[in-house]
Write a protein that binds this ligand. Structure first.
Ligand code: CO
Length: 428
């Protein structure tokens, strides 16, 4: 067939399509000979008959109006007329994990936790001071920070209070409210070690870096020097664009795999010291109170964990047949090496398929093919990381720590499915 013939046949195809689009009028007898599915598929919807919205409608793109319910669930004290520093300190917003797909959280749906609201910082006025046990104190502008060699990494951030251990829970509790204090993004910034070398860090004496934010809470945390020199990032971009204000614009510390609170947002100061700061948020909070009244401090790493994100309490198995069980797994210690699924509360386990590439301290998505016959199920997921650590059952955690602390719960999560296909939050 010659080039011209191809063009001709393509043109003929489009002509025929155009005729089919108005088939009931022009090709009545042909149309009536088609099967019902084809007729249904050939119907021209209303949005194909009119001009769409213009390119100048939203210079910054927005989700479809039909996705308007896919938003963060905002957790804050109910309707006081004046928010006080105390009440606003309790605010957070969870990621809608039950509505998301893949291993990256979109910026507008990344979970939020802040302690004095979100400051609106002018980047031309924002600076980062590095001082303490260094050869020369330096102040960096945003422009200077962006002129250093950049690095791009994908890491999850999880609040240590995500999936609190608390004795009280309800079977109606939703995935998002229980697990949504976690998100995963691709971060761009400078290695902290690059900046520490620039100021001449005194590695003979340095033991900690105190990181301090510019928000009203002056959130501050102590980062062990080994971590600071290894893989911490000072980031200014998230998923390809500047950080959002609620994620620390214009500058944030990322301590890969460590509890959310230490990933200081609105970063303005780094002090190199030989002792931890013993800040309020690492002494009275973000510690793990044990049953003997003592508390663990400096528990930074978020252990291996996973959760099935479909089906959960908001879903229902309405028919028998094939379902794709979906979920997310992560570990603060490295890559996920495997995820196993149990349909019977942990008696039998089979391997799930990892559907995205496992990355160091990032989400990996997993799937599992379920042939549902209308029976009751107890769905569990259990992740193992490359260090060989596997998720424990809740009892294994509470036998050691008791129920005093909400933090660092990486227990196996269960979802029960009854014979009506209804799904409930469950504990095993
Ligand atoms: Co901790």
């Amino acid at each position: 067939m010659s080039f011209t013939d191809t063009n001709l046949s393509r043109r003929t195809f489009f002509t025929q399509s155009a005729k089919l689009a108005t088939a009931p009028l022009l090709l009545g007898s042909l149309f009536s000979s088609l099967n019902a599915n084809t007729k249904e598929g050939l119907k021209v919807p209303s949005w194909s008959r009119s001009l769409g919205t213009l390119v100048n409608t939203n210079a910054y793109g927005l989700p479809s109006i039909y996705e308007k319910n896919v938003v963060k669930d905002i957790l804050m004290p109910k309707a006081p007329t004046n928010y006080t520093p105390t009440s606003i300190a309790l605010t957070s917003a969870v990621s809608p994990l039950s509505s998301l797909r893949g291993a990256i959280t979109p910026n507008g749906l990344f979970f939020e936790r802040h302690h004095s609201g979100v400051p609106q910082i002018n980047p031309t006025e924002h600076k980062l001071l590095i001082h303490g046990l260094v050869q020369s104190d330096l102040v960096f502008t945003m422009e200077q920070l962006k002129s250093f060699p950049s690095t791009e990494k994908t890491y999850f951030i999880e609040c240590s209070g995500n999936t609190g251990i608390s004795k009280s829970y309800t079977k109606e509790q939703k995935l998002d409210d229980r697990f949504g204090l976690i998100s995963c993004a691709t971060w761009v910034g400078v290695k902290l070690s690059t900046l520490l070398k620039e100021v001449g860090i005194r590695l003979d004496k340095a033991k900690y870096i105190i990181a301090e934010g510019a928000d009203g809470a002056t959130m501050a945390r102590s980062v062990p020097i080994s971590r600071a020199m290894e893989d911490c990032l000072i980031v200014y971009a998230q998923n390809g664009e500047a950080l959002r204000p609620e994620q620390g614009y214009p500058l944030r510390l990322v301590v890969p795999g460590c509890e959310g609170n230490i990933n200081i947002k609105w970063l303005r100061r780094l002090e190199v010291t030989d002792t931890p700061l013993f800040a309020r948020d690492e002494m009275s909070k973000y510690t793990d109170l044990l049953s003997n009244g003592k508390a663990r401090q400096g528990t930074l790493v978020m252990d291996v964990k996973s959760v099935i994100t479909y089906p959960t309490t908001v879903d229902k198995l309405t028919r028998k047949g094939f379902y794709e069980i979906r979920g997310l797994a992560w570990s603060g210690k490295g890559k996920i090496s495997r995820v196993d699924i149990s349909l019977d509360g942990g008696v039998n386990w089979s391997r799930a398929k990892l559907s995205t590439t496992p990355l160091d301290r990032a989400f990996v998505a997993f799937t599992y093919e379920l042939e549902y016959r209308g029976e009751s199920l107890m769905l569990l997921s259990r992740a193992t990381d490359e260090t060989g650590e596997t998720q424990p059952y809740l009892k294994q955690i509470t036998d050691v720590r008791g129920f005093n602390s909400e933090s660092h719960n990486n227990a196996i999560q269960a979802w029960s499915v009854n014979t009506q296909g209804e799904v409930y939050n469950a504990r095993v």
